[in-house]
Design a protein around this ligand. Structure first.
Ligand code: IPM
Ligand code: MG
Length: 348
């Protein structure tokens, strides 16, 4: 019987539940490090591991098996590795479909992608369950293939409100990114941002076209605080933001719902070119775990300790993507060593 159907024992709060989805490519290697660190920082958490993506297709024929989805729904949070495998590039059933279905099923609509280094501190707030990724698609009789970008005003408004609230808790500046000179959905987006702005008079708002935003992110990333944008623009701009702040191996993300479990996952892909060699940088996965500790479990202290330990370990034992020679396991060990120091130094 699934644990989810058992009520928590009377008089005792149940243990927090996290589902780990290692995913594909380098996923299992970086997930292994996250698993050990989670056990160290939150030993009371019940951890359950399930397949998603190519691993799940191989095991069950489905990139998001029913058991995986049920476990995620019943959890407090989902910690997910990357999905994707070139073997399925031309297939009808693809690993990425599992991820998109999971985001949609959990309604994890607010994707927070922080990019921080030196004087740069950008938070991309990407809409995650609408737009081109989820619009009507198909093939017409004449052979034309189409994907459509669709947005209901409600989907835009809830994302934009989250972004304003986040901007208010930071430096009070929101850049809304769109393509309003061409797209209807962008004109709707811009109008809603204007309306919601009235409720946040303390936040400075600017509108920026996505091509300009890409250029500005590349040449002057320190000018941004919070960037709010739709699904596809956010996908592309978040890779760029990661690249200008140290690389894809470092960038974590949190995909939050309203009340239900969120998904915490690296921005990077499955990196099939280096999979299985034990050299992938686990920092993005560990930072995603830090976001999980903070946003899903409310363990702010543990989240901060982990973020600091990752920072320290990256400097002490960099992996090849950063010009170092450390393996995935060595960076993981450096993080744990640092954590052990922090924990033993903590006042009783
Ligand atoms: C990301 C990834 C996914 C996306 C892919 C794997 C479907 O690129 O999380 O940014 O496009 O959202
Ligand atoms: Mg992406």
């Amino acid at each position: 019987m699934p644990r989810s159907s058992a009520p928590p024992p009377a008089g005792r709060t149940r243990r927090p539940r996290v589902v780990l989805l290692p995913g594909d490519g380098v996923g299992p290697e970086i997930a292994a490090e996250a698993r050990v660190v989670l056990g160290m920082l939150a030993p009371d958490v019940e951890l359950e591991e399930r397949p998603i993506g190519a691993a799940a297709i191989r095991a069950t024929g489905d990139p998001l098996p029913e058991e995986t989805l049920a476990a995620c729904r019943a959890a407090d949070a989902v910690l997910k590795g990357p999905v994707g495998d070139p073997e399925f590039d031309a297939a009808d059933v693809r690993p990425e479909q599992g991820l998109l279905r999971l985001r949609e099923a959990l309604d994890a609509y607010a994707n927070l992608r922080p990019a921080v280094s030196g004087d740069v501190d950008v938070l991309i707030v990407r809409e995650l369950v609408g737009g081109l990724y989820f619009g009507a698609r198909g093939v017409r009789d004449d052979g034309t293939v189409f994907d459509t970008c669709e947005y209901h005003p409600r989907l835009i408004e809830r994302l934009v409100r989250r972004a304003f609230t986040l901007a208010r808790s930071r430096r009070g500046q929101l850049t809304s990114v769109d393509k309003a000179n061409v797209l209807e959905t962008s004109r709707l987006w811009r109008r809603i941002v204007g309306e919601v702005a009235a409720d946040y008079p303390d936040v400075r708002v600017e509108h920026m076209l996505v091509d300009n935003a890409a250029m500005q992110l590349a040449v002057a990333p320190q000018r941004f605080d919070v960037i709010a944008t739709e699904n596809m623009f956010g996908d592309i701009l978040s890779d760029l933001a990661a690249a200008v702040t140290g690389g894809l191996g470092l960038a974590p993300s949190a995909s939050l719902a309203e009340g239900g479990p969120g998904i915490f996952e690296p921005v990077h892909g499955s990196a099939p070119d280096i999979a299985g060699r034990g050299i992938a940088n686990p920092a993005a996965m560990l930072r995603s775990l830090a976001l999980l500790l903070e946003h899903a479990l409310g363990r702010i202290e543990e989240a901060r300790s982990l973020a600091r330990a990752v920072e320290h370990a990256l400097a002490a034992a960099p992996t090849p993507d950063l010009g170092g020679v450390s393996t995935t396991a060595e960076l993981g060990a450096a993080v744990r060593e640092q954590l052990a120091l922090t924990v033993s130094k903590a006042p009783a």
